[in-house]
Design a protein around this ligand. Structure first.
Ligand code: 6PG
Length: 479
């Protein structure tokens, strides 16, 4: 019983996480993979890790101290269920199974419930930071029981990224809470990436700068308030030259964005919760639009604006785009946190939103300087219902106001698609509006379906007799 932790699934994420675990004082790591070759390879390549290889689930269980703790790093869905079933055959009550894949949180809720009945603990854990994060320090979002956190907490703290002295891990909440938060993290990731892509596109088409020149713009931005991992890697990608053609790599990559589904889950879940994550939705749909070459092909000759577009003052335009990006980015994060808040209420999780922002400061893909401000906002007002109304963000909106509108107006005028920029602004204005045309929607609903409405001047529910004398009656509330 030499190992205190085990890893099942030794593809890149699994083997990097296993190496990370092994590199920390006090850990001995058992490793198992369905095909033996991967295990042999990992053990041979990393003798320094002192791995305890296992070639069957029985061996794997026998090599672990009790309570046995195993992190599964396999494909979400069927493969995860298969590994859980196998582990349950050899694990005992009190042992802990951690799923570190990108599982759908409702699957995690289902699995946690089923596994708990056997007495084994099941923890769905969000892991962010890609391959490098897994190896050097990811941001970790575990759910599951308080009991499993007692054993797991110290181990996870030892391998997580560190931001301002704090390990980037917290017990997010029970059952599926960790995977829910990871899902929203990915939704925000989609929005952030789309906003950056729109900024790049506007600058390129508006100033004629080359990708290498725009790389310098992003590198510069990364030294200021927009400092973040995604801005940093954007500069790297834009700088890259294709070995074969000598062109900028970004010009030879096919412009059809892939997606593994977490962005869509975030939007689907938000739709069921009634949370307007419009920036995340637009980012997800922008990927879908890009991935329909046949539709794009037959649409290429649709009429567009007559004028071409060159910004009068390139530097001023770039600064406007920077401000528009910052404002839109705050909207995307605010929408994401709104979804976490709504999810927590719906599923009964006690999630500390400020803490979530804090564990995203290091290790994960959306790590950014301004996450500190989100933590501050929730520390100051724990029940803040609209994050973007926190004073720090209001200051940004004040500064960015004209630029944001100018950039969205320009994109519409000259025909450069900026769905995430413009939907963020529309959301912002929707929140600000004193009256919304939702009143008209209610009138229409009442007209064709007697769906009733409420009045601003007295309590009760009302219906207008549209097809009779159009007088108003009190009615039963049908929503
Ligand atoms: C992370 C990422 C990661 C995700 C990829 C791919 O936090 O490390 O979110 O978990 O799987 O970014 O996502 P898409 O393939 O959907 O873009």
């Amino acid at each position: 019983n030499a190992a205190n932790i085990g890893v099942v699934g030794l593809a890149v994420m699994g083997s990097n996480l296993a190496r990370n675990l092994a590199s920390r004082e006090g850990n001995t790591v058992a490793v198992y993979n369905r095909s033996r070759a991967k295990t042999d390879e990992l053990v041979a390549e990393h003798p320094e890790a002192g791995f305890v290889p296992a070639f069957s689930y029985e061996e794997f269980a026998a090599s672990l101290q009790k309570p046995r703790t195993a992190i599964i790093m396999v494909k979400a869905g069927g493969p995860t269920d298969a590994v859980i079933d196998s582990l349950l055959e050899v694990f005992e009550p009190g042992d802990i199974i951690v799923d570190g894949g990108n599982a759908l949180f409702t699957d995690t809720i289902r699995r946690e419930k089923a596994v708990r009945e056997t007495g084994v603990n099941f923890v769905g854990m969000g892991v962010s930071g890609g391959e490098e994060g897994a190896l050097l320090g990811p941001s970790l979002m575990p759910g599951g029981s308080d009991e499993s956190w007692v054993t797991l907490g110290p181990i996870l703290r030892s391998i997580a990224a560190v931001a301002e002295g704090e390990p980037c891990v917290t017990h997010v909440g029970h059952d599926g809470a960790g995977h829910f938060v990871k899902m929203v993290h990915n939704g925000i990731e989609y929005a952030d990436m789309q906003l950056i892509a729109e900024a790049y596109d506007l600058i390129r088409r508006g100033t004629g700068k080359s990708p290498a020149e725009i790389a310098e713009v992003f590198a510069e931005w990364n030294r200021g308030e927009l400092e973040s991992y995604l801005i940093e890697i954007t500069a790297e990608v834009l700088r890259q030259v294709d070995g074969e053609t000598g062109k900028p790599l970004v010009d030879v990559i096919l412009d059809q964005a892939g997606a593994k589904g977490t962005g869509a889950w975030t939007v689907q879940t938000a739709l069921s919760l009634g949370v307007p994550v419009s920036g995340i939705a637009e980012a997800t749909f922008a990927r879908s639009l890009s991935s329909h070459p046949e539709q794009r092909e037959i649409s290429r000759d649709l009429p567009g604006p007559n004028e071409g577009f060159t910004a009068d003052d390139a530097d001023a335009f770039i600064e406007q785009v920077r401000l528009a990006l910052y404002a839109s980015k705050i909207v995307a994060y605010s929408q994401g946190f709104d979804e976490i808040r709504a999810g927590a209420a719906e599923y009964g999780w006690n999630i500390d939103l400020g803490k979530i922002a804090a564990i995203w400061r290091g290790g994960c893909i959306i790590r950014a300087r301004f996450l500190n401000r989100i933590t501050d906002a929730y520390v100051e007002t724990p029940d803040l219902s609209v994050l973007l109304t926190a004073p720090f963000f209001v200051d940004v909106f004040t500064r960015a106001q004209d630029a944001w509108r100018e950039v969205v107006a320009t994109s519409a005028k000259v025909g450069i698609p900026a769905p995430a920029f413009s939907s963020s602004l529309a959301y912002y204005d929707g929140l600000r509006a004193e009256r919304l045309p939702a009143a008209l929607i209610q009138g229409q609903r009442d007209f064709f379906g007697a769906h009733t409405y409420k009045r601003i001047d007295k309590p009760g529910t009302f219906h207008t007799l549209w097809s009779a004398d159009r007088s108003e009656i009190e009615a039963e509330d049908t929503h």
